[in-house]
Design a binder for this molecule. Structure first.
Ligand SMILES: NC(=O)c1ccc[n+]([C@@H]2O[C@H](COP(=O)([O-])OP(=O)(O)OC[C@H]3O[C@@H](n4cnc5c(N)ncnc54)[C@H](OP(=O)(O)O)[C@@H]3O)[C@@H](O)[C@H]2O)c1
Length: 338
C-alpha cells in the first residue's frame, strides 16, 4: 500500500511517497481504510525531529489526525464493527485518567506511525466512532486540534456560562476553542493579526476582537472587557514567548492560563510574581485522553458543531499541504483526501 514516510534521515525533504506491506489485524486490532487526514502545527515539527527522541524512529509515517472506515477486525474486537467510521485517538494508550510517560509516548504521527497510509492498523482501544452528521473532512480534524481545545475549555477549564475567555489567533486549536467556549455560554475575545480573520470569528460568535498587530499591548486593551472581574477567567495560550507575559497581566486573580502552544517561541522572560500574587493556575494541556474525545463528540453531536475546513489537498500533495500550513495564511483546518 502507499504511504508517506520520513526515510533515511530526518528532514522534511526526506518525507517521501513510499510502499509498505498491507497490515493485517491481529487480536484486538482493527484496520482503517483512510478517507481523510488533517494537518496540525506539529506536522511541520515532526519531520525535523523537533521533539527530539520523543519524535520516534525512522522510517516514520507522519500525521496524527484523520478519519477512516473499519474494513477488517481481529479476534475479540467488540468496540467497533466493519463499516464503522472511526477516528484514531491521538494518544493510543491514554484512554482516561492521569497522563503518564508511557501514555504520552503513544502519540500517532511521531513516535508511533501516523495516518498518511492507505490503511492503518490500530488497537480497538485506540479508535473512536464518529457521529454521522460530520463529513469526512470535518471528522478528520478532531483527534488533536479539537480535543486539545476541548481539554482546555471543558475538561480542565470547567467553563461556565458567563465566563470570559481570551483565545490567541485563529488557527486550528483556536477556532475549536471558540466553538466550545460558545457552546458553554462563555463570553469570548479573540486576538488575531488579520482584520479579515477577526471579521470571520465575529461571524462565528466571538464577542470581542483585538488586532494584535495594531494593538501590541492587547492586555491593556482588554481591561475594559473584563473590568467586572479584573481579567479573564481562562486564556487559551497558544503564542508562547510573545504572549505569555501579556497573558499574565490579562488573567484574573484565580484565573487559568491554558498553556497549549509556543507559536512565537519556547522560552520566556516574565514576572513570576504575577503568578503568585494573582494565584494564577498554569494548566499545561497535552491534547487529551479518549474519554475526553468521546465526551467532546457527544457535545458536538448534540449541538451539531461543525469544524471549519480551509484548503483540501490530495494524498500525493502532502508537501503542498505542509507548505500551505507553514505560510500561515490559512483559516480553518487543512485537510487531505485519500
Ligand atoms: N499542547 C497541545 O496538546 C497542542 C495541541 C495542538 C497544538 N498545539 C500547539 O498549539 C499551537 C497552535 O497549533 P495549531 O495547530 O492551532 O496552529 P495553526 O493552525 O498553525 O495556528 C496558527 C495561528 O496562530 C496564530 N498565532 C501565531 N503567532 C501568534 C502570536 N504570537 N500571538 C497570537 N496568535 C498567534 C496565528 O493566528 P492569526 O493568523 O489569526 O494571527 C496563526 O494563524 C502550536 O504551537 C501547536 O504546536 C499544542
Amino acid at each position: 500500500m502507499r504511504v508517506f514516510q520520513i526515510e533515511g534521515e530526518w528532514g522534511t525533504q526526506n518525507l517521501r511517497l513510499s510502499e509498505r506491506p498491507e497490515p493485517e489485524a491481529g487480536p484486538g486490532q482493527v484496520i482503517m481504510q483512510m478517507r481523510m487526514a488533517s494537518l496540525n502545527a506539529r506536522d511541520l515539527i515532526v519531520p525535523e525531529r523537533g521533539y527530539g527522541r520523543a519524535t520516534g524512529e525512522l522510517p516514520l509515517i507522519p500525521v496524527s489526525d484523520g478519519v477512516g472506515e473499519v474494513v477488517a477486525i481481529g479476534d475479540g474486537v467488540t468496540r467497533v464493527a466493519v463499516g464503522d467510521r472511526v477516528c484514531p485517538a491521538y494518544f493510543q494508550n491514554w484512554t482516561g485518567g492521569d497522563p503518564s510517560p508511557e501514555r504520552f509516548a503513544s502519540a500517532l504521527g511521531g513516535p508511533l506511525d501516523g495516518v498518511m497510509a492507505e490503511r492503518v492498523c490500530l488497537s480497538q482501544e485506540g479508535v473512536v466512532r464518529v457521529p454521522d452528521y460530520l463529513t469526512d473532512a470535518e471528522a478528520a480534524t478532531l483527534p488533536c486540534a479539537a480535543l486539545t481545545a476541548w481539554s482546555a475549555v471543558a475538561t480542565h477549564g470547567q467553563t461556565r456560562a458567563g465566563d470570559r475567555l481570551l483565545i490567541q489567533g485563529t488557527g486550528g486549536v483556536a477556532l475549536f476553542a471558540l466553538a466550545f467556549a460558545k457552546l458553554h455560554g462563555a463570553h469570548v475575545t479573540v486576538i488575531s493579526s488579520s482584520d479579515d480573520k477577526l471579521a470571520r470569528v465575529r461571524e462565528m460568535g466571538a464577542d470581542e476582537t483585538i488586532s494584535y498587530s495594531e494593538t501590541e499591548d492587547w492586555a491593556r486593551a482588554s481591561r475594559a472587557i473584563t473590568a467586572d472581574r479584573g481579567g479573564y477567567d481562562n486564556i487559551i495560550e497558544l503564542g508562547g514567548a510573545q504572549t505569555l507575559p501579556l497573558s499574565l497581566r490579562a488573567v484574573r486573580p484565580g484565573g487559568t492560563l491554558s498553556m497549549i502552544g509556543v507559536l512565537s517561541g519556547l522560552t520566556v522572560e516574565a514576572s513570576l510574581g504575577l503568578i503568585v500574587a494573582r494565584q494564577v493556575r498554569l494548566q499545561g494541556i497535552t491534547v487529551g485522553h479518549r474519554d475526553g474525545f468521546e465526551a467532546m463528540l457527544a457535545a458536538m453531536a448534540q449541538h451539531e458543531v461543525r469544524p471549519v475546513i480551509g484548503e483540501t489537498f490530495a494524498f500525493d500533495e502532502l508537501h503542498s499541504a505542509l507548505d500551505h500550513l507553514r505560510a500561515g495564511g490559512h483559516f480553518g483546518k487543512t485537510v487531505i483526501g485519500f
